[in-house]
Design a protein around this ligand. Sequence first.
Ligand SMILES: [Zn+2]
Length: 214
Amino acid sequence: MIHPNTELKFVNNEIGNGVFATEFIPKGTILYVKDEFEIEVSKSRFNKMGKLHRDIIEKYSYMDERGVRVLSWDNAKYINHRCDCNSMSTAYGFEIAIRDISADEEITDEYGMFNIPESVKISCGCSNCRQMLLPTDIDNNYKAWDVLVKDAIEHINHVDQPLWDILDDVTKNDLMGFLLSQDEYRSVINLKHNNLTKKSPDKISGNQNNTHAA
Ligand SMILES: [Zn+2]
């Protein structure tokens, strides 16, 4: 489910629709929670689908760490990618604002975390645009993305969280464990499907690899 202070708007003919903030949304705000209404499509179910359904799933879903495609029931599926996105996925089952988002600003995501099966050309128009999304983006960028996500998560208790109530108890416990310094931060590399190493960077440092920071 997407944050309530958002709306769907037409961006342009090339991009189509996008999701925009209707009010100021501060850094650290949970923008999307993978809730119980999301449509989950397993690999075998996807392979049995006809082309019409497969095309919709490919366009609007993301693939989680289990290899399951998740199609949002609400406007979350219209969030576009930008290399200088203002929202990022976390390994806690939600997305978070990694910087302040103004009213009327488009909410954008990092699709490099979505287990895309093959390279895709992009035209976000951002400075330092990567031009292509690659299946290996998360391997190459997770340390820089962790710097942004970890920093945003540390703001969670300091801003309004309209979506807090739909987080499940396990997620809340995991989050509080991290925020109270009882558990280590969970790296976004855990979002990678078939990730055999389940890396958690021993040290979050610098962002020298990050060419698209906000
Ligand atoms: Zn770009």
